[in-house]
Design a binder for this molecule. Structure first.
Ligand SMILES: O=C1O[C@H](COP(=O)(O)O)[C@@H](O)[C@H](O)[C@H]1O
Length: 232
C-alpha cells in the first residue's frame, strides 16, 4: 500500500503539524457524523504531539479516545499508556473527550481483552484517526517480533478486537488493537522521530518479512495509505 513521508525540521514543528492534521480530521468527522474516534500510541515519542493536540479547538465532547496498545498495568503505574495520555492529552480543550481504556481491572489479561473489545467496538468502525509509533525492533502497536499472538494479530481476516500479546521485548504482557482494527482508519499515521527510527523505517521498507519487523504489515498491507511523520 502507498505511503507518504512528511519530514519536519524538528520535533516541535512535527507535533504542531500533526496536531493540526488530526484536529482537522476529527472536526470533519464531528461535523459529518456528530462524533469522532481517535486511537493513539504510548511510548516516549508522542508527548509533544499530545500537548499540542490537547489545545486544539474542536468539540472534544464528541470525541472518543482510546489506545492502540497498553501494558497490563493499572493507570497509576508509571509505565501505563493510559497515564501518559491522561497526563499529556486529556487536558486543556481535550479534557472534554471520552477515554476508553484498554486496561481493565479483571482477574487476568484474557478477561481484560474481552471487556476491552466490547468497549472499543462501541466506538464503531472504521476508527477516524489512528496514530502508531514504532520501536527500534520494528514493532508497532504491540505487534512485537516473536509475539505469542503475532500471527493472529496481523490477520486481516479476523474481526477487529483487542488481543493479548507477550513477547521477550515487550516487558509486561500487553493488550493491543488487532491489525484489522486499525488498517482501515480514516487517517493512519506512523509517527517516528530521530535518525535511528529513520534507519529502522528504511530497513522495514526494504524487506517483507513481517515476523522480523511487524511494522511491515502496516506499511505493506494497510487498506488506508500510511502517512509517515518524521523529524530528526
Ligand atoms: O512499547 C511501545 O513502544 C512504541 C514506541 O515507543 P517509543 O518510546 O519508541 O516512542 C509505542 O508505539 C507503543 O505504543 C508502546 O506501547
Amino acid at each position: 500500500m502507498a505511503h507518504t513521508l512528511h519530514s519536519f525540521d524538528n520535533g516541535p514543528a512535527l507535533a504542531e503539524a500533526l496536531a493540526d492534521k488530526v484536529a482537522a480530521t476529527l472536526s470533519e468527522s464531528v461535523t459529518n457524523r456528530g462524533s469522532a474516534t481517535l486511537a493513539v500510541s504510548g511510548g516516549s515519542t508522542p508527548k509533544a504531539f499530545f500537548e499540542a493536540l490537547s489545545k486544539k479547538p474542536l468539540d472534544w465532547s464528541k470525541v472518543s479516545v482510546t489506545l492502540v496498545d497498553e501494558r497490563f498495568v493499572p493507570a497509576d503505574n508509571p509505565r501505563s499508556n493510559h497515564l501518559l495520555v491522561a497526563t499529556h492529552l486529556l487536558k486543556n480543550a481535550a479534557s472534554e473527550a471520552e477515554f476508553i481504556p484498554l486496561y481493565q481491572p479483571e482477574a487476568d489479561i484474557e478477561a481484560a481483552a474481552t471487556v476491552a473489545t466490547d468497549a472499543v467496538s462501541e466506538m464503531g468502525t472504521p476508527l477516524d484517526v489512528v496514530i502508531l509509533g514504532m520501536g527500534a525492533d520494528g514493532h508497532t502497536a504491540s505487534f512485537f517480533p516473536g509475539g505469542d499472538n503475532l500471527e493472529d494479530a496481523l490477520d486481516l481476516e479476523l474481526p477487529p478486537r483487542v488481543m493479548t500479546m507477550e513477547a521477550a521485548g515487550a516487558g509486561e504482557p500487553r493488550l493491543t488493537l488487532s491489525f484489522s482494527s486499525i488498517a482501515d482508519a480514516g487517517l493512519l499515521v506512523v509517527h517516528i522521530e530521530g535518525p535511528e527510527k529513520k534507519s529502522v523505517l528504511e530497513k522495514a521498507l526494504s524487506g517483507d518479512d513481517e515476523a522480523e519487523m511487524p511494522i511491515r504489515a502496516v506499511l505493506g498491507r494497510a487498506e488506508t495509505p500510511v502517512e509517515i511523520y518524521w523529524a530528526p
